[in-house]
Ligand binder design. Sequence first.
Ligand SMILES: Cc1ncc(COP(=O)(O)O)c(C=O)c1O
Length: 397
Amino acid sequence: MKHTAGRFRSRRTADFTESVIRETTRLAIQHGAVNLAQGMPDFSTPEELKGAARRAVSEDFNQYAITWGAKPFREAIAAKYRRWYGVDVDPEREITVCCGATESMIASLLAVTDPGDEVVIFEPFYENYGPDAKLSGAVPRFVKLRPPDWSFDPDELRAAFGPRTKAIVLNTPNNPTGKVFSRQELEFVAGLCQEFDALAITDEIYEHILYDGAQHIPILTLPGMRRRSILVNSMSKTYSVTGWRVGWVVAAPNLTDTIRKVHDFLTVGAAAPLQQAGVVALSLPESYYGQLAADYRARRESILAVLEAAGFACYRPRGAYYVMTDIGGFGFPDDVTFVRHMIETAGVAVVPGSSFFADPRDGARMVRFCFCKKYETLKEAGIRLQRLARSASRASR
Ligand SMILES: Cc1ncc(COP(=O)(O)O)c(C=O)c1O
């Protein structure tokens, strides 16, 4: 029997493209480029956590944990929210441990949206949110964050909300812009959620990577938001363990109930021994988090100096570990051509700005650098970028 083209491709995946970030990583390997594309550290995970993971395997935490998360890990998560934000979270009814923030987000969207519902998403956005919305049948409504400070126009945000709005997805500190949403901005978002009976789904994976006195505020701590928020977080970035795939969702019991059911069918559970190691991670002293932010601040200064010397116009991040840059000065037709040129000629890989926008033209003048890297890696990238700057200035003569 002959197959019709596309018979075995579902409509909901029809406009999915391969993740540009992963494609860039492959090209980077092929050309031996320094990889400042994908947001994963090239330095070691803290020894204490590696030891905790080894111990958990030896002590035989090797079978399924409770599907919504091992009890001691959920208790450690609840203790964290009490300690940092003064919020009481019930580990028995309000926490679901998932395979990273990635599963946490898609499980949450699948749990709360019906086909035809709308989900408001700020753009530029972390590239999973668009496909996440589509997989769950929801229609994304994008609202721009505008440089240089990546603020939003309150009227534009209000106009994106309507009777079909089920949720807004918000990532703070933000990838790719480095924006940290202020209390005032979050209050405005919270007001709209209440007015339009919508949820705030927040991705807070960079909560501890903050600069210049910026403060992270979980929207669920704002008045009227405790039962209207779904908080997504993960061990990946705070503990430099992106490969462990352990994250969690905090939400009111009625929401958690559905999220847990979806999670169970999606993945059953996150790695049991790594949840056990997670208990150790979440019990690290406050000094760990201070050091984490200080180390990233030093890396941020190092990369900003390198980029500015090489001719990039930088948007200074206030959180997370990325720098969005304006490449207008280099005279390339678009970001993708520029990134290929950088990989092939200078040997530095970055992510084209267009991969963070629904309409690629909106990101055509930007590229994103990631700086969760060893100082040697950042230094080597600096040397290579100087070459790029010299070749660009020769070309323009
Ligand atoms: C904003 C944001 N959310 C989620 C993720 C993925 O998180 P996880 O590794 O916990 O699945 C990333 C990774 O870069 C990210 O930047």
